[in-house]
Design a protein around this ligand. Structure first.
Ligand SMILES: Cc1ncc(COP(=O)(O)O)c(C=O)c1O
Length: 428
């Protein structure tokens, strides 16, 4: 039997340290919300491969759709000999996207690629260069998306020079004393001090920050951004890569604010584990770049499109929007009970099943406990639970179980979390 230790040694020798691993357990197989490592150890998965598996690992309908596609057509390059399931995915996304304006969709493979292309489309449409993003944002690791990402370590330091004409403003974080008014004032200040709004192509925001720590943009703030963008002819890009596809109890998190994006980026849970991403936007804006200006060899692979169509069907037939709300309630109720026992839990926040807890010292938001957070991830893994940390201060645990998880497994996972919290706090 291959052991975790042996794979770890080979991994260290063969793969650069730049790609970090959260755990030293090597995944061998998985089903819905459970995963087994190469030594046969079972884990409950509250990470979903970083928010990719809203319909669970290897959902039978996704597996069947991909298997059927596998023997028909695996690649043709949409730019060369186009195929029908790409169009079908685009039609679905155009219908699902919020707002009344007619939409068009372009498919890609990764989240970063979708964000890069959204910026390209916004720039071409407006013939402007500037992009406004938020502190704590995560939009990817390519050169342009790394620039948009609002966290220096470990994402940007040493990788410059960065893309010019990108500006960051504070994201509203009530727990850390940043109000929506302050964020809006920072944008107005930016327009006075740094950049003419007439030179700004786009403003990009995650309605719920993902890697940044599951901070939730208040609906009225998102509506104010919509108005501000309209005032200045700036394209509002909503990044739904982590928050999309029923995670927050709506198909897309922006729906909670009733805002229509100009462009929206989606990826991750769109295709149940296969690499697929998209830019969905107002048709007129999407049509700005000329033929050949957008594309990619693998963009919108037929296999990934088959998986996406199955995912859309599962979200509807298994009522995952409602399920997401229910999972969110169950999580928040249990976490609030845990908060009574463990005062290290400073704040619990969430929308639908996009829930997180922030770990702090002395009950103070200003004293993030990154060390305890790291220890908790390892202690949870020792209990057989995969959890993910995040946050500008690396002190947030985010809960991203599949939305197809049963109540029993969710509760078993939370028992493991409680045991792990007991262990790490007892060592203090
Ligand atoms: C909100 C958001 N945007 C963009 C990305 C980048 O996606 P990818 O890692 O697929 O390039 C991520 C990835 O975590 C994300 O959470």
């Amino acid at each position: 039997m291959t052991s975790n230790a042996e794979l770890q040694q080979r991994r260290i020798a063969a793969i650069p340290r730049g790609v970090a691993n959260s755990l030293p357990n090597y995944a061998a197989r998985a089903s819905n919300s459970e995963l087994w490592d190469v030594e046969g150890r079972r884990f409950i998965d509250f990470a979903s491969g970083i928010a990719v598996l809203n319909v669970g690992h290897c959902h039978p309908k996704v597996v069947a759709a991909v298997n059927a596609q596998l023997s028909l057509l695996t690649h043709a390059a949409f730019q060369i000999t186009p195929y029908a399931n790409y169009i079908e995915v685009a039609e679905h996304l155009n219908k699902m996207a919020p707002g009344p304006t007619p939409k068009k969709t372009m498919l890609f493979s990764t989240g970063a690629e979708a964000v890069e292309n959204a910026v390209k489309i916004a720039r071409y449409h407006t013939r402007r260069a500037g992009v406004i993003a938020f502190s704590g944002a995560f939009h990817g690791r390519t050169l342009a998306t790394m620039t948009l990402t609002g966290k220096v370590q470990p994402y940007k330091a040493g990788f410059g020079p960065l893309l010019p004409s990108v500006f960051h403003v504070p994201f509203p974080m009530a727990y850390h004393g940043v109000s929506s008014e302050q964020s809006l004032a920072a944008i107005e200040h930016l327009f006075k001090a740094d950049v003419d709004p007439a030179q700004v192509a786009a403003l990009i925001i995650e309605p719920v920050q993902g890697e940044g720590g599951f901070y939730i943009a208040p609906p009225e703030f998102l509506r104010a951004l919509r108005a501000l963008c309209d005032r200045h002819g700036i394209m509002l890009i909503i990044d739904e890569i982590q928050s999309g596809f029923a995670r927050t109890g709506r198909m897309f998190a922006i729906e909670h604010a009733g805002v229509e994006p100009d462009l929206m980026t989606v990826a991750k849970s769109i295709a149940g584990g296969l690499p697929l991403s998209a830019v969905v936007g107002k048709a007129e804006i999407m049509d700005a770049p000329p033929p050949g200006g957008l594309g990619g060899t693998y963009a919108g692979s037929p296999l990934a499109c088959a998986a996406a169509l199955a995912v859309f069907e599962v979200i509807a037939s298994e009522n995952l929007l409602q399920r997401s709300q229910r999972i969110g309630e169950l999580l928040q109720t249990r976490l609030r009970t845990l908060q009574q026992r463990f005062p290290v839990i400073g704040e619990i926040r969430g929308v639908g099943a996009m829930v997180a807890m922030e770990l702090v010292k002395n009950g103070s938001a200003e004293q993030p406990d990154a060390e305890l957070t790291r220890a908790l991830v390892l202690a949870a893994a020792a209990q057989g639970l995969v959890i993910l940390s995040c946050g500008v201060y690396s002190n947030v645990i985010r809960f991203l179980s599949p939305l197809t998880i049963s109540d029993a497994l969710l509760s078993e996972g939370l028992d493991k979390l409680e045991a792990a919290l007991g262990e790490v706090t007892a060592k203090r």
